[in-house]
Design a protein around this ligand. Structure first.
Ligand SMILES: *Cc1c(COP(=O)(O)O)cnc(C)c1O
Length: 379
């Protein structure tokens, strides 16, 4: 059995209650009417979590399927798509839009900062001939949260349909789908919800449904086609056999998240303590503002490589941390403090191990990381 403490920004630790939920006997999900109710109940819990009255669907594929399904179903050839890009996932969204022949314009922000809403507003004043816009809520590679609460209403002012990747934010950062006028919001199981990887879920507004159901051209996919789901409950019909065990786990995980009264405040206070501890000890965060409460990205100090850091964390301390993606490879390390990993005891172990490794490798620290962390948590 794997005893390594997985502190990456997803997949996260799956607790026993969620794992046991997966062990329940399965049924035939197409023929058992109770399963339609169970699926509906799971969507209902997700609606509560995402603060929406709109439809929520669960699709059997990892979060990337959610991103692709939103693009495949909404975007018609030559539709003008605004891709709001201040990070690796933000830029990548444009690639999905291009697969479905969207006419993509990138709005590029500073990769070390959250999107500046005033500047975006200026841009939109003269450039708003877009049908659809894509935006990432939390840029997991850089540890930056974008103010989607302000961005989505701004897009709506110009009638632009928003697709929001909230995969690493839902259940770790506040999200109010209806109040913030978000059209399609995508989540995943393996981040802040701390369920096993395998499912994606998304909310779909009336406006998004209208576009999906009134296209001039067919949706060039089956698996990523949201329109086939429109009447699943009324017709008691699923497009394909549902991954029952994964949905059992998701239902339990959302139930636990909803029961946790301090879920968001814990992410906020521990996220802050993590950042302040690194800063206090002389380490530099990659992000300059808009700090995420679910993941922290730290510049690797001089004198140690990412490989050494990663390997010593595993071999000497049985803790797995993550590194940089794309252009950040070997330049940063990342700690996920999301969902079940947003816990003081686990983060203490991470800081203690990092402290030991930095001292062993003669990396100067201005104070002890783990002691600073405890002080910050208690201050
Ligand atoms: C994790 C994540 C996804 C899903 O990507 P995988 O690499 O397949 O896990 C999508 N968007 C964001 C912002 C994520 O953090």
């Amino acid at each position: 059995m794997n005893k390594t403490l997985i502190m990456t920004p997803g997949p996260t630790y799956v607790n026993e209650e969620v794992r046991l939920a997966m062990a329940q006997p399965i049924t035939n999900p197409d023929l058992d009417m109770n399963f339609y109710e169970f699926y509906k109940d799971t969507c209902g819990k997700l609606k509560e979590l995402m603060k929406t009255k709109e439809d929520v669907l669960i699709l059997s594929g990892e979060a990337i399927l959610g991103l692709e399904a939103a693009c495949a179903s909404l975007i018609e050839p030559r539709d003008k798509v605004l891709c709001i890009d201040n990070g690796i996932f933000g830029k990548g969204f444009g690639d999905f839009a291009k697969i479905y022949n969207g006419d993509v314009t990138y709005y590029k922000g500073d990769y070390r900062k959250s999107i500046d809403v005033e500047k975006l507003e200026e841009f939109l004043k003269t450039n708003h001939d877009f049908k659809i816009a894509t935006i990432v809520h939390c840029e997991t590679p850089s540890g930056i949260t974008n103010p989607v609460n302000l961005i989505c209403p701004l897009l709506k002012k110009y009638g632009i349909i928003s697709i929001v990747d909230s995969v690493s934010a839902i259940a770790g950062e506040n999200i109010e789908v209806d109040n913030w006028e978000m059209d399609i919001v995508i989540g995943g199981t393996q981040k802040c919800l701390s369920a096993p990887p395998g499912l994606t879920f998304l909310s779909i507004s009336q406006l998004a449904w209208h576009k999906i159901l009134n296209r001039n051209s067919p949706i060039l996919s089956f698996y990523a086609n949201l329109s086939i789901w429109k009447n699943w409950y009324k017709e008691k019909w699923f497009p394909y056999t549902q991954p029952i065990s994964d949905i059992y786990a998701l239902n339990k995980a959302v139930e636990l998240a909803l029961k946790d009264d301090i879920l968001l405040t814990r992410h906020e206070s521990l996220g802050k303590a993590v950042r302040e501890s690194f800063h206090h000890c002389g380490l530099e965060l990659y992000a300059l503002n808009g700090f995420s409460n679910t993941v922290t990205t730290v510049n690797i100090p001089e004198g140690i490589t990412y490989d050494t850091l990663f390997n010593e964390m595993i071999t000497d301390h049985s803790i797995m941390i993550a590194g940089g993606l794309d252009f950040l490879k070997d330049k940063v390390f990342r700690i996920g403090h999301m969902g079940e990993n947003c816990r003081e005891d686990k983060l203490y172990l991470v800081f203690k191990a990092l402290n030991t490794i930095f001292i062993k490798n003669n990396i100067p620290l201005e104070d002890e990381l783990h002691k600073t962390f405890i002080n910050k948590v208690n201050s």
